[in-house]
Design a protein around this ligand. Structure first.
Ligand code: THU
Length: 184
């Protein structure tokens, strides 16, 4: 079992930028994320990554042929089981469910609500730009729904390359201004 590793997520400090117009102000909202130190277990990440890659082989993706797997651990699951899911497409394309949501809806159906760590693997694009292998907007919002501060929810995007575990996101970096129905 590898040692836990401390990971520093650097602060983001970007003020609002406001431009007056004759009809009112237009504002580019800023973002203030404090520096955070979180601790991760590289073995656990590797275990989730392997589970994500394995479940991707069971994707139902006859339309896009793009196989995705996700594997996660819920903080409120005392057994810390690995819950995995693949994308499931539909002939009516809008019926498609991404791998991340397949895994998260299983976790929620088991009664868990607090996401600790999720690894997603787009197995065909492991070395591509992060936009080509990271969660879509809908999945980011669903991840946000089950996000937690303590422990800090982390999402890791399989990076595939030699010696690379992946790209890491906390909730604010994954989904700036995530919708929260008055709770934000
Ligand atoms: N897909 C996922 O499962 N997760 C992602 O993060 C991105 C996209 C799926 C949906 C669809 O089945 C296929 O990949 C192509 O968009």
């Amino acid at each position: 079992m590898a040692e836990r590793v401390e990971l520093v997520l650097p602060a983001v400090d970007r003020p609002d930028a406001t431009t007056p117009t004759p009809l009112g102000r237009l504002t580019v909202p800023g973002q203030a994320i404090p520096e955070k130190t979180v601790s991760v277990d590289p073995d656990e990440i590797a275990r989730l990554r392997d589970a994500a890659r394995a479940v991707a082989a069971r994707a139902h993706a006859p339309y896009s042929r793009f196989h995705v797997g996700a594997a996660l651990i819920m903080a409120d699951d005392p057994q810390r089981r690995v819950i995995a899911g693949a994308n499931v497409e539909n002939a009516s394309y809008g019926g498609t469910i991404c791998a991340e949501r397949t895994a998260l809806t299983q976790a929620a159906s088991l009664g868990f609500r607090k996401l600790e760590l999720l690894v997603v693997s787009c197995v065909a694009t492991l070395e591509a730009a992060v936009a080509d292998r990271s969660p879509c907007g809908i999945c980011r919002q669903v991840i946000h729904e089950f996000g937690s501060r303590e422990p800090e929810t982390l999402v890791i995007v399989d990076g595939g390359g030699e010696g690379a575990l992946g790209d890491v996101f906390d909730l604010e970096r994954l989904l700036p201004y995530g919708f929260s129905l008055g709770q934000g």
